[in-house]
Design a protein around this ligand. Structure first.
Ligand code: A3P
Length: 249
């Protein structure tokens, strides 16, 4: 029993002030000496903001839309960042915590919401993450995308990615990528829905990884009081930042 308690749902470990999943924190050492090559592409997001989605889009772009190929071709050093509105992120994150056994127990929704606002969740503060990358995107080659824009018009956003990575694809390939990176298709694709991971790590019977895939789903979870408190705290933490998110479409 003690062993199970030790390996399952261990507390987060702080690395340079950022709380991380214990097992990730323990493997960070070798990354200290990691140096990106000029032809590397980095995908960066705060958790639950569309990492899996944009990864699949980029994979398909580099495979020229060929679903059978699985190797990535090189490009120049650039970063693709995806940001999603905080309310949908925190709801998605809560359900992710519930189903992911290497994360601490999320507790009640209300207490998780408080932890999120305080930045006491894995990967730390959403507010700091989105703002720092936003500032960086002004001076560095960072393509800053929004989940809500991708939902609204995936083809338009995929075109932005293509332009950013300096590639072009025939119109029918682009349409094929739009189709196969839709929520519906990715939810049933074992290569993208995380169903290949052991149940001891992710338990999809508690909540599927590909859960809702919507903008504005937070409304089914936030109470009126929680929403007011969140908005007030949000205004303080995002004061002076020119970033603007859409929390519904
Ligand atoms: P929900 O829990 O709100 O459904 P990440 O990959 O960064 O962990 O983000 C996961 C979130 O992105 C989940 O949100 C998941 O359903 C959503 N998602 C993944 N692929 C998607 C797609 N093709 N279209 C829309 N949402 C997608």
């Amino acid at each position: 029993m003690e062993l199970i308690q030790d390996t399952l749902r261990p507390p987060l470990e702080y690395v340079k002030g950022v709380p991380l999943i214990k097992y990730f924190a323990e493997t960070l050492g070798p990354l200290e000496s990691f140096r990106a090559r000029p032809d590397d592409l980095l995908i960066s997001t705060y958790p639950k903001s569309g990492t899996t989605w944009v990864s699949q889009i980029l994979d398909m772009i580099y495979q020229d839309g060929d679903l059978d190929k699985c190797h990535r071709a090189p490009i120049y050093i650039r970063v693709v960042y995806v940001a999603r509105n905080a309310k949908d992120v925190v709801v998605s994150y809560y359900h992710f915590y519930r189903m992911t056994k290497v994360l601490p127990d999320p507790g009640t929704w209300d207490s998780f919401l408080e932890k999120f606002m305080a930045g006491e969740v894995s990967y730390g503060s959403w507010y700091q993450h989105v703002q720092e990358w936003w500032e960086l995107s002004r001076t560095h080659p960072v393509l800053y995308l929004f989940y809500e824009d991708m939902k609204e018009n995936p083809k338009r956003e995929i075109r932005k990615i293509l332009e950013f990575v300096g590639r072009s694809l025939p119109e029918n390939t682009l349409d094929f990528i739009v189709q196969h990176t839709s929520f519906k298709e990715m939810k049933k694709n074992p290569m993208t829905n995380y169903s290949t991971l052991p149940k001891e790590f992710m338990d999809h019977s508690i909540s599927p990884f590909m859960r809702r895939g919507m903008a504005g789903d937070w409304k089914t979870t936030f109470t009126v009081a929680q929403n007011e408190r969140f908005d007030e705290d949000y205004a303080e933490k995002m004061a002076g930042c020119s970033l603007s998110f859409r929390s519904q479409l």
